[in-house]
Design a binder for this molecule. Structure first.
Ligand code: UTP
Length: 291
């Protein structure tokens, strides 16, 4: 196997309508909702950075400009904090600063599906391998999930997606794998189906919002064929690359919170706050009131 090309790029699609969080998302992007004190987009950028990724492309839409502002320098705020000697507050801003030129934004004028969103990043991707992080999934783990995927990418030299078992009754919510050789951690992907009915699902192993793909997928996305729900599905284009190069699912270590739905989002608040030494004691105390 020739040495895989280095993974340096990530695409973060944030152009969805976020209807499950209306009315909150009427005037703010879902990806700016906070888990404890950081917006979802920050978790995704941190995770990508931990995997050695240096270039970021946000796929945005109307009403999403606050995501771009978030990564800009806030001169007035910063100079006021400096004048007032608010060093802790200044430090809290650090993760949101990004090297000049390393973040680009592309508009997906209409939310035609995740596959269409990724196709909008074609100039950014070029011929390079790239990560995709859906910011509404966050993963609490020892080794950041994208770093685990990147290690598997360098090991296998092909596409790798993060996978987890879901209840069979829920297969119609996710992209589901048809599995081949399986060593308990890495599983060969023989097929992929978007949102199959439980009785048609080839397994109960579901793709979560973390992917590393080779640029081969772009030629299939370019056909802009509509799939499940009338949307251009990334899953369908990924399925077409199977057989051209290695393609694996990785059972990542960690716990995933689907912050695109209310229960997952609320659970993430509790789990991440219990992980914070400055908050855990009080959170545990007040939770007693509700159990
Ligand atoms: P979701 O399926 O969660 O859709 O998209 P959504 O619109 O964000 O939320 P709901 O279902 O209406 O509540 C998964 C990811 O794909 C992005 C979303 O921003 C989210 O990160 N996406 C989806 C796009 O960027 N463009 C699309 O056309 C569709």
């Amino acid at each position: 196997m020739s040495r895989p090309k280095p993974l340096r790029k990530a695409v973060l699609p944030v152009a969805g309508l976020g209807t499950r969080f209306l009315p909150a998302t009427k005037a703010m992007p879902k990806e700016m909702l906070t888990v404890v004190d950081r917006p979802l987009i920050q978790y995704a950028i941190d995770e990508a950075r931990a995997a050695g990724i240096e270039e970021f492309c946000l796929i945005t839409g109307r009403g999403k400009d606050s995501l771009i502002d978030y990564f800009d320098i806030a001169y007035e705020l910063e100079s006021t904090l400096r004048e007032r000697n608010k060093t802790d507050a200044l430090k809290a801003l650090e993760p949101s600063s990004i090297e000049a030129g390393s973040l680009v934004a592309v508009r997906q004028q209409e939310p035609l599906g995740l596959g269409h969103a990724i196709w909008c990043a074609r100039s950014f991707i070029g011929d390079d391998p790239f990560a995709i992080l859906l910011p509404d999934d966050i993963v609490k783990s020892g080794v950041p999930c994208m770093k685990q995927l990147a290690d598997a990418y360098y090991q296998t030299g092909g596409s790798v997606v993060a996978v987890t078992e879901v209840p069979r009754a829920h297969t119609n919510r996710y992209g589901i794998l048809k599995t081949g050789k399986d060593d308990g951690r890495l599983v060969e992907v023989q097929g992929l189906v978007e949102k199959p009915k439980p009785e048609d699902a080839p397994s109960n192993l579901s793709v979560i919002g973390r992917y590393i793909l080779t640029a081969d997928v772009m030629k299939y996305l370019a056909k802009l064929e509509k799939g499940a729900g009338g949307e251009v599905q990334l899953t369908d284009a990924m399925a077409k690359t199977i057989g051209e190069a290695p393609f694996h699912g990785l059972r990542y270590e960690g716990e995933r919170f689907d912050c695109g739905n209310k229960i997952g989002f609320l659970e993430a608040q509790i789990a991440f706050s219990l992980d914070r030494p400055d908050l855990a004691g009080e959170v545990k105390e007040f939770l007693k009131k509700y159990s």
